[in-house]
Design a binder for this molecule. Structure first.
Ligand code: CS2
Length: 493
């Protein structure tokens, strides 16, 4: 049995394994991060790790909101974990030391709220996934009917939702006169900073107008674009870390080498110089966000739903299927790029080409099912926003209706062989009810989904031509299957 990765083991790592350029014991905590998933640990924590050698103020206190699962193994490893970068040339291992403290909100609410009131913490960041903000996906406003929000509004001092926790924490910071801070949302949502600002404000208003005002005066919410493909950790990653380190690490993360982090220059207080690690601090992040959400994430979702239906378990397999490759290439070039404003310094054609290469990285075991989850929360910014822009410009819809139909076909809960799909989505019960009421008839299934205004918004629910386009594809997907539908659509039948 090999030893466990921890601070004492750091000095004995093999020379091939990169390690912190600083002594993790001498690092202060300056960042509070909500959502201790693999994405944070392979993205923001790596950028932060890169700058800690020059500035020891920015250790991270990482908080898991829903489960102790992410926290327990990391606590046993003094917050250390292996970051495995995978390409077809091999795997590079690096031990990350930025995570200096871990908390599970379920048992450590007091210490968590106290962290918000610590004046040395001037950055709070979040990766709680799209659904973690408890907003209405179509409008981006606080969903007060959400059980977690309803709970937190009733018991503001015992919050469970991310927004409830942030508002309780900021109330404690105000009471402690601990000064201003910056909240950096790192989830794949459009204008994510503005959105969280609105949600926090709406919740705080319900508590106390003076608190909402204090937050307005002391907290800024820059928008960000975050990018790195990070599949869920597997047993294979744990074995790889053990092979490379000669130690047991129960919580490695695995990712592609590519990363981007573009942050709006809107800080209220001290911050790490993430730009020294390749981050970009810009005046206007919107063109970057829209490019990434619509080209990367929009193609990802298209590929995940239709690829899954075609029988592909992994993204790299789906992306090498000629039908899928052609579809996403054309969707990007013909339909989505024309809705974008080119971000400064970016060649959109080259960006699309690079995406196809990134999706094709066979060293990353990224499951189509992982991307397929929570479609109701993802579709609006990924596929419906470009639909809206095209309709507003009087431009025709080309491929996006097929991608959206792919989601409906997937979310209907059974694959092309009649096997059950484990559809993970906050609206999964609603989907099941739609399918039950449709009684095996694809038209009513399509209609039931297209009536969901929390996904499609009142405008698209009422848009006849849009509905008809999606409905036609849904019926074909059910009756003829994904292979025939795609071939027919692309004119290669
Ligand atoms: C993916 C994203 O799971 C998903 O929905 O589209 O997690 C994607 O891998 C990242 O946004 C890449 O930056």
């Amino acid at each position: 049995m090999p030893g466990r990765l921890n601070l004492d083991a750091l000095t004995n790592l093999p020379p091939s394994v990169a390690r912190p350029a600083y002594d993790p014991r001498s690092i202060a905590v300056g960042i509070l991060h909500l959502g201790l998933g693999a994405f944070h640990r392979a993205h923001q924590a790596v950028y932060t790790d890169d700058v800690l050698g020059a500035d020891p103020r920015w250790g991270i206190c990482g908080v898991s909101l829903k489960t102790p699962r992410a926290v327990d193994p990391l606590a046993e490893q003094d917050g250390l974990y292996t970051y495995l970068e995978r390409t077809s040339d091999g795997v590079r291992a690096r031990v990350i030391g930025a995570l200096r403290e871990t908390l599970f909100a379920g048992v450590a609410r007091g210490p968590l709220i106290a962290r918000f009131a610590d004046p040395r913490i001037t950055v709070v960041s979040s990766t709680v996934t799209e659904k973690g903000y408890c907003h209405d996906p179509a409008t981006g406003t606080l969903n007060e009917a959400h059980p977690d929000i309803a709970h937190d509004l009733a018991y503001p001092d015992a919050p469970e939702s991310a927004i409830g926790i942030v508002v309780a924490g900021l109330a404690a910071r105000r009471a402690a006169a601990a000064g201003p801070l910056t909240f950096v949302c790192c989830d794949n949502l459009p204008h994510n900073g503005r959105m969280v600002e609105r949600l926090v404000n709406a919740f705080a208003q319900r508590r106390e107008a003076a608190l909402a005002r204090w937050i307005e005066d002391h907290v800024s919410f820059p928008s960000t674009m975050v990018d790195r493909i990070v599949p869920a950790t597997t047993e294979g990653d744990i074995a790889e870390a053990r092979r490379q380190l000669g130690l047991y690490d129960a919580a490695p993360v695995t990712a592609e080498p590519y990363a981007q982090w573009v942050i709006e220059d809107r800080f209220r207080a001290a911050r790490p110089r993430w730009e020294d690690a390749g981050g970009r601090i810009v005046q206007d992040v919107a063109p970057f966000e829209l490019m990434k959400l619509r080209l990367l994430n929009g193609s990802h979702s298209t590929l995940a739903y239709l690829g899954f239906l075609l029988g592909h378990e992994f993204v790299w397999q789906a992306s090498r299927d000629p039908l899928i490759a052609t579809l996403i290439e054309r969707q990007m070039a013909e339909e989505v790029v024309p809705t974008l404003q080119r971000p400064p310094g970016v060649d959109l054609g080259a960006y699309c080409e690079e995406l196809l290469a990134r999706f094709g990285n066979a060293a990353l075991p990224h499951k189509t099912r992982q991307i397929a989850m929570d479609g109701s929360q993802k579709l609006p910014q990924r596929l419906l926003a470009p639909v809206r822009d095209r309709l507003a410009a009087g431009a025709p819809l080309l491929h996006l209706p097929l991608a959206i139909a792919g989601w409906i076909r997937y979310a209907s809960g059974s694959d092309e062989h009649g096997n059950r799909i484990d559809v993970q989505d906050p609206l999964a019960d609603t989907f099941r009810a739609i399918v039950r009421d449709a009684n095996g008839d694809p038209g009513p299934v399509a209609d039931g989904f297209l009536d969901l205004s929390s996904v499609f918004g009142a405008d698209l629910v009422a848009h006849y031509a849009f509905r008809e386009a999606v409905r036609g594809h849904v019926i074909r997907l059910f009756t003829e299957g994904a292979q025939v539908t795609l071939a027919h659509h692309l004119g290669v039948a």
